[in-house]
Design a binder for this molecule. Structure first.
Ligand code: ADP
Length: 360
């Protein structure tokens, strides 16, 4: 007896991995319905909000599997979202599905701008995101996002983060010390303050917690890696040789503390002159891609020097610009999606963990 078209489709896509857990959508109960009417194939799948940034990739992959299994068919994939609650990470109360750290070898390469932009882009694409500014020596996230105020302690005795537009929880040393007071803590005090940011802050339930790391130093990376499982790190550098050499040090620092590396981003990669339309490679170009090949680290993309981004950062309007300026947003969105794809693919490569859901 030949299989019915519905069975053919089920066989073709049932084994497809959920981008979040790496398990087959059928075994996870995510394949809700399949119907076939002549060439029309309707499929309903439920994904968690964590997978939203790569929803298009997922849809296209299912469509091509369906067309390969039933040539001439016209698939329509309906994706609904269901929210898998995040697991508690480590021994602390933080509930997040993926913690991602953004680091650099040296300061001034745009690490904080990229960290904040990744957080904002993930949120735009439908995920629940928190942003922790762990750059305790030079906290610039409040400035970039135009946030100020002192976090209050709520009824459950936890620190209430400052919310960007009433939505995205943000925590920074910049909310606790005066802007001109450089934090000179080292060792145990630093360790304590980072742990407090993670465990005593009421983050709520998050898909992603993005952490803006201090440049270079291994102290904070070590503290974080001991406190919580970190899904991955992103390394920001400019194309200049000196920045690239420091980025290589950052790569070895993350490797030393066993934080997986999701990839490298080349920031300030070329300047497109708005007046003459010519591109100038002010800091050079392409060096990060070469370094990432040499160090066996994925390359997540390039971000051009963009005056809009610089003024937005200076004026505390980064969120507004990412929301409203398609041209400024496009390269940031490409880098963010490349990062989520890399996270999904690294998750798929990890060995399956019995019957419990893997912590991403
Ligand atoms: P870091 O965290 O590495 O010290 P920041 O994110 O604070 O760097 O960025 C340093 C300065 O460079 C800021 O003024 C920021 O607005 C600017 N900047 C960062 N990335 C870009 C970019 N792609 N185009 C233009 N200016 C940028």
């Amino acid at each position: 007896m030949t299989d019915s078209p519905v069975q053919v489709i089920r066989q073709a896509i049932g084994n497809h991995p959920d981008p979040e857990t790496g398990r087959s959508i059928e075994s996870m109960g995510q394949l809700l319905a399949i119907s076939v009417d002549q060439e029309k194939v309707n499929v309903e799948v439920a994904l968690s909000t964590h997978s939203m940034p790569i929803l298009d990739d997922f849809r296209e992959a299912l469509e091509s599997k369906i067309v390969a299994a039933l040539p001439g068919s016209n698939p329509e994939i309906k994706i609904s979202t269901h929210n898998r609650p995040p697991v508690r990470l480590g021994q602390i109360a933080l509930r997040a599905k993926s913690v991602i750290v953004v680091g650099s070898g040296k300061g001034g390469v745009g690490k904080s701008t990229v960290a904040a932009s990744i957080a904002l882009t993930l949120q735009r694409l439908g995920s629940k995101v928190g942003l922790l500014d762990a750059d305790v020596y030079g906290p610039s996230i409040p400035q970039l996002l135009g946030l100020s105020g002192r976090p209050a302690v709520n009824a459950t005795k936890r620190i209430e983060p400052i919310k960007l537009n009433g939505q995205m929880p943000v925590m920074s040393m910049g909310f606790l010390v005066e802007p001109d007071q450089a934090v000179i803590w080292r060792g145990p005090m630093l360790h304590g303050s980072i742990n407090q940011f993670l465990s005593d802050t009421d983050w709520g339930e998050l898909d992603y917690l993005i952490i803006d790391m201090p440049p270079g130093t291994g102290d904070v990376a070590l503290t974080l890696s001991q406190a919580i499982p970190i899904a991955g790190s992103v390394i920001v550098c400019t194309p200049q040789e000196v920045a690239l050499l420091d980025a290589v040090k950052a790569i070895s620092m993350f490797r030393k503390v066993n934080i997986p590396i999701l990839g490298m981003v080349e920031n300030m990669s070329g300047f497109l002159c708005p007046d003459c339309g010519k591109t100038y490679d002010i800091f050079g170009r392409g060096g990060a891609r070469t370094k990432s090949d040499e160090t066996n680290v994925p390359f997540l993309g390039c971000l051009p020097i963009d005056i809009t981004l610089r003024t937005a950062g200076d004026e505390g309007r980064l969120a507004e610009v990412i929301d409203q300026d398609e041209r400024a947003r496009a390269p940031l969105e490409a880098v963010t999606k490349a990062m989520v794809r890399e996270l999904a693919s690294q998750t798929l490569q990890r060995p399956a963990q019995g019957t419990t859901l893997p912590v991403l």
